[in-house]
Design a protein around this ligand. Sequence first.
Ligand code: ZN
Ligand code: ZN
Length: 90
Amino acid sequence: MDAENERGCYCSLWQKSPETLEKQGVPRGYCGICEICRKPGHLRQAPGATAYTGAWCDRCYRALTIKHYMLWLALPLILAAAWLFERLYS
Ligand SMILES: [Zn+2]
Ligand SMILES: [Zn+2]
């Protein structure tokens, strides 16, 4: 991954094979079309440890990141509630 590419996206494709991006209708300065709102965005790994790679604009990517962390925050709470429920009703 490029050192200057702090986004971890595929903008370096513009140097390697610009025709790939042009074929997809991606404007310069971006490397993908957002899966959610179809705006120009960047192709990158989904937030968290998922192996999924997709294209998102900065706005949708941020929303996705927040959702991801909310899920991880909610998970222990759900587990704790389930544990408590079991103790109370068994
Ligand atoms: Zn990019
Ligand atoms: Zn978007």
